[in-house]
Design a protein around this ligand. Sequence first.
Ligand SMILES: [Ca+2]
Length: 182
Amino acid sequence: MLDSADDTADLDLLLYTAGADGAPDQLAASSATGSADEQIDLDAPAAGEYVLLVDFYSGAGQLDYTLTSYLLDPASAVGGLTVDPATLSAGLGETATLTASWTGLPYEQTFLGRVAYGETGQVTYLTVASGEEPETPTEPGPGPGPGPGQPGHPGGWSLGDILQWIWNALGDLFHGWFPWRG
Ligand SMILES: [Ca+2]
């Protein structure tokens, strides 16, 4: 997940498998929209070494950015992420609205949530910043509220059970190229 410091710039993400010398080899995935920020999501990536390239497509001056990676594993999910309704039916051409809510996230961290729609293969990712701890922690604070409605996938079918988890960020912020082992 790339967060450009300058939202008027256009940075892109290119993910390559790493060659024997550690240099980019084969393009594995990319996120190259006209937006400043980009995000690559990989389902069950092949084990190996990867190189992530940040491409400065356009922009001026010092283009700083932050890279954050998440490793999604249902066994390590935190926070009670739920979506309402849990089962969604939508007519063709209709827009459906889901409301995502979460509880129990540790303060001052960023989390990635994943909402999957039955067997459709469609997913929505959402980022949650849990915010600062209240000054009087002995009293229950309002806590994070419900998130914005997530657009559903229009269609004439029932989406079935919606599965969702939420994950903690790996914690490390990366700048420039960063390889990791999948
Ligand atoms: Ca871009």
